[in-house]
Write a protein that binds this ligand. Structure first.
Ligand code: GLN
Length: 446
């Protein structure tokens, strides 16, 4: 079934870096045997899935789409990998991404670009481009991605699938190769809202191995799906319909708002006044954290090491020069600069202050509203190569998604309609740990 599908379509889509055919067949056989014996099955027993290649899988190559980790085979599983295994899901392979999750198009992969299944000339979005393309092209029932500033939601919007960025701390980050630790979250990519709730059930929960994971009673997210949305208070932040927004995308979103009104929700315009500071604050905080997280790739402990260094310092320098791609290098330099003595107060500290203002904007909005609604992206999927030479316009495809990571709140992206045959994504944002509310709002719309 799915392995054959991967063989037939992946030469064009290029979502997979590694296909784990042998272990997938073994796992599937074990499920058959369990069934034959009449044993109790896990919640995701036998469901074929795949993982973004920044999630560690024991004994299976995990590259982060970087040459520096080309030969890295982790000796352990990420917590989410273990949890999915326990639930019975079958791993089909590892998925392409922007190198170290830095990008919005998957063109920054150190290996190859992934294509958008709706139009092979277009990008699938990024950085979890492989994760969304695989679901959109029916190469897996679900996948996991990671989202630091939009990397699950923006590609989900571009490829017409459902993607959730959970509340910071809901899903353990243990075994997720870090980009920006205060922003990163792992989340599910699925075809439907209901499937998304099933997968979140399996991966959420406290983990002693991640000190930022929160211990809370874990709800059953599938129970929220069918709850009534009459009287649900939805705010529409006007700042998210601003500059750079394609008017046809706006039309689709205005139509979605009318649908919610007809379902009995109360919809009002609202304001998140500090939104304009989110993008600059994000690119200072994310790069600062990345410059620190990526210091460990020095050729000593794992990954690529240069062939013939003159001395130890040149070993570090040459290894990093050869192993990292240009976007990763750009960000390490930006982050190192922002953290350096004399610039710290002007850049990093300022960005942290802006982050606090953004958190407050959301707190105030959620005093009045249960859910906030916006487009996920200002435009539909762009063409391969269209933005790759200009990092600033590339960064702008995340204007609607980065504030959510700064605030640590959950947000769901789901298909809202089409413009010229390309999917348009709607973003639903909620209070901390209100994933259930997002699922109920999403399910009612679907
Ligand atoms: N596109 C954003 C960036 O490059 C977000 C990436 C992400 O969420 N991992 O930083």
């Amino acid at each position: 079934g799915f392995l054959a599908r991967i063989e037939s379509v992946d030469p064009e889509i290029k979502a997979f870096i590694t296909v784990t055919k042998k272990t997938a067949l073994e796992q599937a056989k074990a499920v058959d045997e369990k069934l034959a014996r009449g044993e109790k099955l896990g919640a995701l027993e036998g469901i074929p899935m795949a993982l973004k290649d920044n999630l560690c899988t024991e004994g299976i190559r995990t590259t982060c789409s970087s040459k520096i980790l080309d030969n890295f085979i982790p000796p352990y599983n990420a917590t989410v990998t273990d949890k999915l295994k326990d639930a019975g899901a079958v791993l089909l392979g590892k998925l392409n991404m922007d190198e170290f999750a830095m990008g919005s198009s998957t063109e920054n992969s150190g290996f190859f670009a992934t294509r958008n299944p709706w139009d092979l000339e277009r990008v699938p979005g990024g950085s979890s481009g492989g994760s969304v393309a695989a679901v959109a092209a029916d190469q897996a029932v679900f996948t996991l991605g990671s989202d630091t500033g939009g990397s699950i939601r923006q590609p989900a919007a571009f490829c017409g699938v459902v993607g959730l960025k959970p509340t910071y701390g809901l899903v353990s980050r243990y075994g997720l190769i870090a980009y920006a630790s205060s922003l990163d979250q792992i989340g599910p990519v699925t075809k439907t809202v209901a499937d998304n709730a099933w997968v979140l059930n399996a991966i959420a929960g406290h983990d002693a191995k991640d000190s930022t994971s929160v211990s809370l009673a874990k709800p059953d997210y599938t129970r929220s799906l069918t709850e009534d949305i009459r009287g649900l208070r939805i705010g529409v932040p006007q700042e998210y319909f601003g500059q750079g927004m394609d008017p046809q995308v706006e039309t689709v979103l205005r139509e979605a708002i009318r649908t919610y009104e007809s379902l009995g929700a109360i919809v009002e315009e609202c304001s998140l006044p500090h939104t304009e500071y989110a993008m600059p604050a994000y690119y200072l905080i994310a790069t600062a954290e990345a410059s620190s997280n990526l210091a460990r790739y020095d050729g000593v402990r794992y990954g690529h090491r240069t062939e013939s260094p003159e001395d130890i310092l040149s070993m570090f320098c040459k290894t990093r020069a050869e192993g990292f791609g240009s976007e990763v290098k750009r960000r390490i330099m930006l982050g190192t600069y922002a953290l350096s003595a004399g610039y710290y107060d002007a850049y990093y500290l300022k960005a942290q202050k802006a982050r606090t203002l953004i958190v407050r904007d959301f707190d105030q909005a959620f005093e009045k509203y249960d859910v906030l609604l916006s487009p996920t992206t200002p435009t539909t999927a762009f063409r391969i190569g269209e933005k790759s030479s200009d990092p600033l316009t590339m960064y702008l495809s995340d204007v609607c998604t980065v504030p959510i990571n700064l605030a640590g709140i959950p947000a769901l992206s789901m298909p809202a309609g089409f413009v010229d045959g390309l999917p348009v994504g709607m973003q639903l944002m909620g209070k901390h740990f209100a994933e259930g509310t997002l699922y109920k709002a999403g399910y009612a719309f679907e």
